[in-house]
Design a protein around this ligand. Sequence first.
Ligand code: LIP
Length: 275
Amino acid sequence: MSSDAETFFNNALSVAKQAGEMIKSNFNNRNKTVNIKSCDIDLVTETDRAVEELVIKTLSKQFPDHLFIGEESTADGKKVELTDAPTWIIDPIDGTLNFVHLFPHSCISLALFIKKEPVVAIIYNPMLEQLFTAQKNKGAFYNNKEMKVSGKLNLNEALIMYEIGTSRDADRKKVSMQNIDTLIDIAHGMRSTGSAALNMAMVALGAADAYFEFGIHVWDIAAGELLVTEAGGVIMDPSGGTIDRLSRRVLVASSKQLAEQLSAKLAQFHPTPVD
Ligand code: LIP
């Protein structure tokens, strides 16, 4: 592995662990300062902001020519642009609503993209000491032990991760309920952690077999994508085409066959890219 890639990974791991300490030390505070973003269930805390500031400050010092896309430094409604330049994509706390409720399924999600492809990925839930890492062409790991997707091929044997999301959009709700109604009769089971990143980590771990969502942002899925593909899984648009990381739509699965079976059953929803 090139020294550059090793340096990127080691620096990312170090700052992700510092971020984890910050998240964990604020987790049990029932009086967190919470602000509302696009609606009453789309939240940001002072810890979200502090973690993102720590990550950007630390990595921009080490890599001054790198770019950053962070959830909390991207103004609501501002269009995100991913270029070929080395770009760190950060969700400082994925599962913020969980964090506010002291529901211990929240994580930092950190990825490095070069030429629009993921090369380093870290998802870390410090409350449960769950560290998921991946490097391009170097495999995916859970607490330093290599992990692989389940390889499940059929919907009737699959545990499907899904999310209700953090918007009150009536059209999106209608499609979500339609998909739950469809899948509840044909999948082996359905689960929701409240975190896109942790849902994708479960697929990479082989603990779930697929995940889809309409309405996520690039920072929710950037690290999870590399975990899943390095663990042997696939990523695609929920309609079956190539993933567009800025489309706010995602489907990952343990196999192409399962991904295609799931896609064929889904009612589709197309969020506006900047809403
Ligand atoms: C959350 C995602 C989750 C999605 C929510 C929200 P946040 O990220 O991880 O999958 O359903 O709408 O976007 O806001 O907690 O960073």
